[in-house]
Design a protein around this ligand. Sequence first.
Ligand code: FEO
Length: 392
Amino acid sequence: MSAHEIKKGIYWVGAIDWDVRNFHGYLTQQGTTYNAYLVVDEKVVLIDTVKKDLADQMLHRIRQVIDLSKIDYVLSNHVEPDHSGAIPLVMNAAPQASLLTSKKGEQGLRRHYKSDWNFQVVGTGDTLNLGSRSLSFINTPMVHWPDSMVTYMPEEKILFSNDAFGQHLATAQRYDDEIGWTSVKKDAAKYYANIVLPFDKQVNKALAALSDVAIELICPSHGIIWRSFIPKILREYQKWSTHQLEPKALIVYDSMWNSTKKMAWALEQGLSEKGIPVTVRSLKANHISDVMTDVLTSKLILLGSPTLNNGMLPTMAEFVTYLKGLRPKNRLGFAFGSYGWGGQAVGELDNVMASLKWECPVPSLNVEYVPDQEELTAAIEAGHQLAEALLK
Ligand code: FEO
């Protein structure tokens, strides 16, 4: 449990959460980290903290470098408790410290902790001189809370980006190249799809604000530090935030007695016959937060559910509730399913896609009980038509 010096006098002092598996609905199969950074200059700053339960890890790492009472500033880039949870402990140990945060940050921290700390509001255009180095603040509201802010240290070209560019990954490694691009990109994509996706305009604004800033290190508040793949991850963020989608299909479905499943595979056949790469995700076997990673880059999304009672299956209802909250844009959609009587599920899925403003170029398919060969052929044909619409 050591502090890790990332540049002279700048330390990672965060906490590794090897055990967390569910982060408000996001399945974190690999755990996560809460990254805090300590800058020791003429002034001492602690940049963000960690979840309260893991505060001991952070406090231990800070004490390896400096006595807690020497901290001059605690900087809170974001109020969410995975980053602010240990602030009360730090402020108790360093009661003279100023607590730097955005205007919304002060409001949020007061609501969370009911404490009258020595708040100092900072924001875009403000700079704090630490001695040989300085910190500049950039408000990034709604990336992903109203209080969100990133902090830049020009002398070392470090961006402390908080949640932006994060990944949920518990690891003893601290840097992107120690994990490898393919793996770390996948984790960053899942993080973006599940946390950042609704805030495309705000991300674009933040990327524009950073476009003429020289960056050698991006230090996010979760996962590894970016040092070797910075241009690559910036390009991915650009693509994700502008909805540059790949001409591929994602079929998400659940089934009661395999009828909707048969339709899913007939649609897969039709799409594949036209050369479209297709990913098929059963909601029995895949968590909704993993399915969102596929949604992030897929242009065509097919949703399938049988009708249970008078609506879609609860698994699909859960998924579409989550999907609507994350608001993926510019997709082509298609709904399908089976029914015994009633048959409302497909109409409900059509309504979900309409609410997301997705274009549905091919009429949805709703099949009574079990699809016969003619109906499966119609599903294959629908796959062909969807492929044509996708490639148009
Ligand atoms: Fe990692 Fe929005 O907290």
